[in-house]
Design a protein around this ligand. Structure first.
Ligand code: PRX
Length: 658
């Protein structure tokens, strides 16, 4: 080893000792029919990077006016398709409604109580135009911000596309967020109008969105008008404020049906989406129009191999970037049929998602590893109740997928025949950057494989030097991409500092990764999720994957709690699979298991059996709270949890068990 390699191996990097040997080739018939069958796009992009993007921007997106320059890159400030004019709403709606897809179904929607609606592209065209006129009537002008606080209803999509149509910038706030979170986001964006609904259905209960919106608005005076969709009716008891609030259906009844899409500058702000950073203040990630549309349209087409006869079902919430890019903009821009489900995956029973796949004959399914691990815990009898033979492609996003969850997905959902695309990206990247193209790439369970055509990523050490194969480091993106965020809303300094200062000109993702000898990327998780045990850095994710690979384990979270001797000691919080009995012998077995799989240093000091793990509403395990429990501290902020009771119960039991 050279000095640098020694330093890299000892540096602030992840040690990766878990190896995955399984390989999966694209099935021959899949490859045969796939959009991308060979490596030509990668070669084209390397030969002529800007030419590559120009070619696809031209082919995949409608422009009112073509661009003068493909890219203007003054690091870290990017402009794409400079001088071009387009409109996201036109691309997602008009070009299909006015073309050959007029009567094609755009949205297949299912409410939690079982009600159903189907909207053709023609229907969507009419509704979006009408609502755009409603917004105009409420005083919304190009450049104004419109906040949207709704559940998973078709009107959420209509509202987004209506705002985009007239050049208003939408900011969707996840319907599971509290009134405080909504208030903070509205205040930061200075939104002029809020669109919400009386209430949303969740596990048969009403989520009182309008009531929470009212609480937020008490301290968010920028909002002049509120549009309220009637979804649950009297059950919500929503009170309308005269002069400020209007019902969606009443406003729509009087709206004209014609509202042409406004030609917008390629760099016109399309939306702001808030995401959490390392400080308490959420970051307003800003995406603009032309580049975002090119990036999401092309990646939706290639990564999901989206064809006209596909039925595409993404189980994410539109309140997150996954829903923005891969429920709304990417799929609709491709003219796809998109399934949208309103409610909880275990309502009325744990087979709801699979029932939906069967009912609509979904061909593509996209979800998170957390959901898959949950489904694993529930057991394969739930998917077995349904005919899932329509599926031809599966995807995951949001966190590293444990090889065992990948295999479970492959077998129990994909029937062994569907390629799996593990897609790595972020709110900031706007589009998928690292993922297999399913007709080309051999997959390895747990790896997002390689960067997409045109994307250049690497794994580097503290000083920015590439690390050797299988040594952990920091994941960076080496050059701009069309759907990249352009800044943080109202905070350009933070944009520069948080993402572009450590390695000037290169984008710091905040994730740790390693590349294997084949150049495959293995994302090990956020760099802040690193445990240092006796000077050895281990990835929480790898430890957790190892535990989940044990037949008794459904879910696991591993944290480092401070230890006077080793610096940090590992505590494992483990959720057992249904039917497995907890015992001290099993605790010891799990410790040994991890020791065997990764190395003695990785053996958890203690194993604690939990009924459930505390998760944020975006389904991330909050290790910070587990650390608080393990270290006997008062619990930190629990306001972003799905269910704060989980963590309190865990704490009580942890104390009781000593
Ligand atoms: O840590 C990575 C993880 O999710 C982070 C981005 O979170 P967010 O902005 O909420 O967007 C999630 C949906 C795109 C990343 O920094 N992440 C996302 N996808 C993967 C992943 N980690 C591993 N593998 C993935 N496929």
């Amino acid at each position: 080893m050279t000095d640098r390699e020694v330093k890299a191996a000892e540096g602030p990097l992840l040690e990766s000792k878990l190896r995955e040997e399984r390989r999966f080739e694209p099935p021959a018939d899949f490859r045969e029919r796939a959009w991308v069958k060979d490596r030509t796009p990668w070669e084209e992009a390397e030969r002529d990077f800007e030419g590559f993007w120009a070619k696809h921007a031209e082919a995949e997106v409608h422009w009112f006016k073509t661009w003068d320059r493909v890219l203007e890159w003054n690091p870290p400030w990017a402009k794409w398709f400079v001088g071009g004019e387009t409109n996201a709403s036109y691309n997602c709606v008009d070009r299909h409604a006015l073309g050959s897809r007029r009567t094609k179904t755009a949205i297949l929607w299912e409410g939690e109580p079982g009600d159903r609606r189907a909207l053709t592209y023609e229907d969507l065209h009419r509704e979006v135009q009408k609502f755009a006129n409603v917004l105009k009537g409420l005083g919304v002008r190009k450049g104004d911000r419109v906040a949207i606080y709704m559940g998973m209803v078709p009107e959420l999509v209509i509202a987004m596309l209506a705002a985009a149509r007239i050049g208003a910038t939408h900011t969707v706030v996840f319907g599971g967020f509290s009134s405080q979170a909504l208030r903070d986001r509205i205040q930061d964006a200075q939104a002029k109008v809020l669109i919400t609904q009386d209430g949303a259905w969740r596990r048969g209960q009403v989520v009182p969105l309008k009531q929470w919106a009212d609480e937020a608005l008490a301290e968010a005076p920028s909002v002049e008008k509120v549009v309220v969709l009637r979804r649950v009716g009297d059950a919500a008891g929503a009170a309308m404020v005269p002069g400020r609030d209007v019902w969606w259906h009443e406003a729509m009844a009087g709206a004209a049906a014609d509202c042409p899409a406004e030609p917008l500058d390629s760099e016109h702000p399309l939306f702001i989406l808030y995401t959490s950073g390392t400080t308490g203040k959420p970051k307003g990630v800003l995406h603009t129009t032309g580049g975002y549309l090119v990036g999401t349209t092309l990646t939706a087409k290639w990564v999901f191999d989206l064809k006209d006869d596909d039925v595409y079902f993404c189980a994410a919430d539109i309140g997150w970037i996954t829903g923005h890019s891969y429920i709304v903009y990417g799929p609709l821009s491709n003219g796809a049929t998109v399934v949208i489900y309103e409610g909880a995956p275990d309502w009325p029973d744990k087979d709801r998602i699979w029932a939906i796949v069967e009912k609509y004959r979904a061909t593509i399914f996209y979800t998170s590893p957390t959901f898959l691990r949950t489904a694993m815990r529930w057991g394969p009898e739930y998917p077995k109740r349904h005919d899932l033979s329509s599926l031809r492609l599966l995807g995951t996003v949001g966190e590293p997928i444990n090889p065992e969850a990948w295999m479970w997905y492959h077998e129990h959902i994909g029937g062994g025949r569907c390629p799996i695309v593990d897609t790595w990206w972020q709110t900031e990247t706007g589009m998928i950057l690292i993922a297999p193209l399913p007709g080309v790439q051999t997959t390895k369970p747990g790896s997002a494989t390689v960067p997409l055509p045109g994307i250049k990523a690497d794994v580097v050490d503290e000083a920015g030097n590439p690390v050797p194969p299988n040594v952990g480091g920091y994941l960076v993106i080496e050059r701009p991409w069309p759907a990249m965020f352009r800044t943080l809303w109202g905070d350009p300094d933070r944009y520069v500092k948080a993402y572009w200062s450590q390695y000037p000109g290169r984008y710091l993702t905040g994730d740790g990764a390693r590349k294997d000898e084949d150049g495959y990327f293995w994302i090990t998780g956020r760099v802040d999720d690193v445990v240092n045990v006796a000077g050895h850095r281990l990835s929480n994710i790898e430890l957790e994957s190892t535990l989940v690979a044990h037949p008794a384990v459904a879910e696991a979270a591993v944290i480092g709690r401070s230890d006077p001797i080793k610096g940090q000691a590992l505590s494992a919080f483990v959720v057992l699979r249904a039917g497995v009995e907890p015992s001290d012998a099993l605790k010891e077995e799990l410790r040994q298991w991890v020791g065997e799989k990764i190395g003695p240093i990785a053996k958890p000091s203690d194993v604690f059996f939990a009924a459930d793990l505390p998760k944020t509403r975006s389904a991330k395990i909050m290790r910070r709270l587990l650390r608080d429990i393990a270290e006997g501290r008062a619990l930190g902020d629990t306001t972003t949890l799905t269910d704060p009771a989980v963590v309190e119960e865990l704490r009580q039991r942890y104390i009781a068990e000593g």
